[in-house]
Design a protein around this ligand. Structure first.
Ligand SMILES: Nc1ncnc2c1ncn2[C@@H]1O[C@H](COP(=O)(O)OP(=O)(O)OP(=O)(O)O)[C@@H](O)[C@H]1O
Ligand SMILES: [Mg+2]
Length: 250
């Protein structure tokens, strides 16, 4: 089943940050969300992830309405997000943060808590090291406090936290921003790998067009709160209106 968001609108005083936004995402699909600064991309993700409650709109996921649910209720439904800016000033280790992410994970067949399925903390740690941290190249820093890591690695830890909850719908807000090109390529590969292995539905807000082109199956373009175009990556890149509004061409 898919995510079907429609007519999502939110005002902040006189500012209409998101205006009648609609987007569908199928399982196993990575949909890019691009647009100029202030277009409403993060606000739209915030509306889907329980951070904001939009003034109007619906977002049906596996037949259930997501709008109005708290972030923790959304996690139990398999909806996880990452953040555009990661500020990690505490001294939790990378593995601690992955464990926090795993703590919300439930076996969707039984409703049981993930932690119940492991005899020991050690077994959970081994699972997280192998299945979450190793693919993100975070194994070697698993026991380091997150504040000692580079910005790029902290963004990878934020993705690890989200993935540890075993999400089926993943909302990524600029996962590659602020990363070196090597880190960015590794991050994009990790997102594709997660989709391939778990069949997640992914919405990926991103400015870096090379990442969008190489990672997304479909791309939606927002400007001034609304969707102005949607299509395959090559169609989006070729569209004259998108080139004018977003890519800055005359
Ligand atoms: N809590 C808020 N209060 C007031 N205005 C807000 C709030 N959140 C977002 N906005 C406004 O909504 C608009 C959309 O902002 P948003 O952060 O969603 O843009 P964006 O597309 O994610 O931009 P960027 O590419 O720079 O991250 C902006 O005008 C912003 O100032
Ligand atoms: Mg943003």
């Amino acid at each position: 089943m898919a995510l079907t968001a429609s007519d999502v609108t939110i005002h902040f005083g006189g500012v209409v940050a998101v205006n009648g936004m609609a987007l569908d995402v199928m399982p196993g699909e990575i949909v890019g969300l691009i647009g100029p600064n202030g277009a409403g991309k993060t606000t739209f993700i915030n509306c889907l992830s329980g951070t904001y409650r939009p003034n109007t709109g619906t977002a049906l996921w596996q037949g259930d309405e997501l709008i109005g649910l708290s972030p923790s209720a959304l996690l139990r439904k398999g909806v996880a997000r990452t953040f555009q800016n990661v500020a990690s000033l505490h001294d939790l280790t990378v593995l601690d943060i992955a464990k926090l992410g795993a703590g919300v994970r439930r076996d969707r067949r039984t409703g049981g808590h993930l932690l119940d399925f492991f005899r020991s903390d050690r077994a959970l740690e081994e699972l997280l090291m192998e299945s979450i941290l190793a693919p993100l190249e975070l194994n070697d820093v698993a026991h380091k406090p997150i504040q000692t890591l580079s910005y790029g690695r902290r963004k990878a830890v934020d993705l690890a936290r989200a993935l540890a909850g075993d999400p089926q719908l993943l909302l990524l807000d600029e996962p590659v921003a602020g990363l070196t090109s090597h880190e960015g390529m590794a991050m994009a590969a990790a997102v594709r790998d997660v989709r391939d292995r778990h069949g997640c539905a992914v919405i990926m807000v991103e400015h870096k067009m090379d990442v969008v082109m190489s990672t997304c199956d479909r791309v939606a373009v927002m400007a001034a709160g609304s969707k102005i175009f949607e299509g395959r990556p090559a169609e989006v890149q070729a569209d004259p209106e998108v080139r004018r509004v977003y890519l800055g061409e005359p």
